[in-house]
Design a protein around this ligand. Structure first.
Ligand SMILES: Cc1cc2nc3c(=O)[nH]c(=O)nc-3n(C[C@H](O)[C@H](O)[C@H](O)COP(=O)(O)O)c2cc1C
Length: 227
């Protein structure tokens, strides 16, 4: 087998096995393993190699302190996101959004139960019991492309974690609590929260982890120009 076939196989395996984990075991990820993920994620490309991402990470008791403070902030502080949330989900975007929500709720046996679905959404703010959360910020002056670079960073982080047996979930829900995140992590002016990534070891028996999302066919997203 050639080296390039092996590389493609490894990447395929990572892409095929990664999923957004919504139930974690309490076990901490060893600090050295988190460092390994971060070293790999640093290889992310960016416009002019600006590498605009900064990452704040909790471990040990700090994660619980974060969770407790967040619960309080949700009750007492007006929520806001540094980066504008989607204005509208229309057409296929609405359909795909509905499909993945239905998959989650069906897996949990709560499809059609609005109260239970809302409760499940609130699990975002418990970090799905993850023992760690990473908050990724960008430089405000680098604008949309800085955020794009940070999005690439998030993607590399997810795959790097997967390669080391660590499960992840990117969370825009937490970006909606930017004032709290800014305060907790001491994020300075001029930096915008892009999203959070909760991570840890997966509870593979939990029904929230018992489904896999679909993807549109290539034909739905690619247009070829050959001559
Ligand atoms: C930028 C970003 C933000 C996301 N925010 C959330 C979130 O707040 N809560 C959540 O449950 N999932 C969130 N997700 C996970 C997506 O729902 C998930 O990636 C998508 O449904 C595809 O499923 P998969 O990751 O299992 O392949 C987010 C994903 C991305 C990339």
């Amino acid at each position: 087998m050639t080296e390039s076939t092996l590389t493609a196989q490894s990447l395929t395996e990572l892409l095929d096995t990664r999923y957004s984990c919504r139930a974690f075991l309490p076990d901490q990820v060893p600090h050295e393993v988190i460092e390994q993920i971060l070293t790999l994620a640093q290889r992310t490309p960016s416009w002019c190699n600006t590498q605009p991402w900064q990452v704040a990470i909790t471990e040990g008791e700090a994660t619980d302190r974060f969770r407790v403070g967040l619960a309080e902030a949700l009750r007492t502080v007006a929520q806001a996101s540094d980066i504008e949330f989607p204005r509208e989900y229309h057409g296929v975007y609405r359909d795909r959004r509905r499909e993945c929500a239905l998959q989650l709720y069906s897996s949990l046996g709560i499809a059609g139960d609005r109260a239970a679905s809302a409760q499940q959404t609130m699990r975002n703010f418990d970090l799905f019991d993850a023992p760690h959360v990473a908050v990724v910020t960008t430089d405000e002056a680098l604008g949309t492309y800085g955020a794009v670079d940070c999005g690439l960073y998030v993607g590399t982080f997810l795959l790097a974690a997967q390669s080391l047996g660590v499960a992840t979930i990117p969370q825009a829900a937490l970006a909606g609590c930017s004032p709290y995140l800014r305060d907790f992590f001491g994020i300075p002016e001029g930096r915008n929260v892009v999203c959070a990534i909760s991570f840890g070891y997966p509870d593979i028996e939990h029904p929230a982890n018992g489904f896999r999302t679909t993807r549109a066919d290539q034909d739905a997203v690619v247009s070829w120009v050959s001559r």
